[in-house]
Write a protein that binds this ligand. Structure first.
Ligand code: BV8
Length: 258
């Protein structure tokens, strides 16, 4: 049987996790890759292969072509609703239950951490399953089916948009403040499944490191994280995180293991 190679988790990291007082976690699109959701760096499949996310996820793109942008998000909402949390999401939810404090900040807009059971999730870039109107930011749970694409706000008539943070838009102030606080107060910081290309989220791990936290990177591609002082765990988060959980709390092994 083609057994996958075991993931090598440093004992020191498992020990640091088990004894941590406050763990901060930043996740990116890579954590949802094993749930079947395309990351931003992968060429997007199908109809959207010819667009770059940076060219669609902006207020300017929406103003220029609201129908195109709305339909891109409808396509992604379809993928999200068909997706399920993967073992990486589930392991993070289990860690939250076992630790005195775990602050989870995600750049993802798919809601999969919450669906996996994580309770303390801060969405730095919003959530694709929520919509609001472009002009007044009125939340829109539902809308009249008038055939308009995008649909119109029932309160003010302006076009609806996804409740996500586009490039060039400010992150929610409370979310960003919570993330900086956690980066400054945690003793262990994980950066998982993110290329670290997008600011200001990408600065959180550096902030944690500058305040003396241990920083661990989990990614199949660690080539652009060459750093002496960060712990690099090369592998997919859906395999690394369960292995880390098991190494830190061996009793987490299932009792009916064959
Ligand atoms: C802002 C929601 C200011 C929408 C997204 C310096 C400071 C401040 C701003 C800037 C700055 N420099 C540039 C900027 C502007 C810009 C920016 O960062 N641009 C980049 C392109 C250079 N930042 C902004 O515009 C931000 N706003 O700063 O506003 C401001 C202040 C006041 C008033 C007005 C304005 C807003 C940024 C948020 C944009 N919105 N998402 C949507 O989703 O449609 S960003 C979006 O792209 C994601 O949310 C995410 O953040 C980013 C993608 O990054 P990743 O998640 O890392 O995904 P990626 O595909 O890149 O990488 C996947 C990784 O997973 C890879 O490393 C891969 O190896 C790994 N992987 C693959 N498989 C697995 C895996 N890992 C683990 N397991 C696996 N199985």
């Amino acid at each position: 049987m083609n057994e996958k190679p075991a993931v090598d988790i440093p004992a020191s990291l498992a020990e640091a996790l088990r004894g941590a007082k406050h763990v901060a976690v930043l996740t990116g699109a890579g954590v949802s890759a094993e749930s079947g959701l395309p990351t931003f760096r992968d060429p997007m499949t199908g109809l959207w292969a010819k667009y770059r996310p940076e060219d669609l996820a902006t207020p300017e793109a929406f103003a220029r072509d609201p129908r195109l942008v709305w339909e891109w998000y409808e396509w992604r909402r379809g993928l999200v609703s068909a997706a399920r949390p993967n073992p990486g999401h589930l392991a993070l939810a289990e860690m939250e239950r076992r630790l005195p404090r775990l602050s989870l900040f995600t750049q993802n807009v798919d809601g999969l951490h919450q669906r996996a059971g994580s309770r303390n999730v801060v969405e730095l870039h919003g959530n694709i399953t929520r919509s609001k109107c472009f002009d007044q930011e009125h939340a829109a749970e539902s809308w009249p089916e008038t055939g308009d694409v995008p649909p119109r706000c029932a309160r003010c008539g302006s076009p609806l948009r996804p409740d996500v943070v586009w490039f060039g838009e400010a992150l929610p102030a409370s979310a960003l403040a919570a993330a900086w606080d956690a980066a400054e107060s945690c003793d262990l910081f994980f950066s998982i499944g993110t290329s670290g290309m997008v600011q200001p989220a990408a600065s959180l791990s550096h902030q944690a490191q500058s305040r003396g936290a241990t920083v661990a990177i989990i990614n199949p591609d660690v080539s652009n994280f060459v750093s002496r002082s960060q712990i690099l765990i090369q592998g997919p988060s859906g395999r690394v995180l369960p292995a880390l959980l098991e190494k830190a709390w061996p009793a987490s092994r299932t009792t009916h293991e064959g």
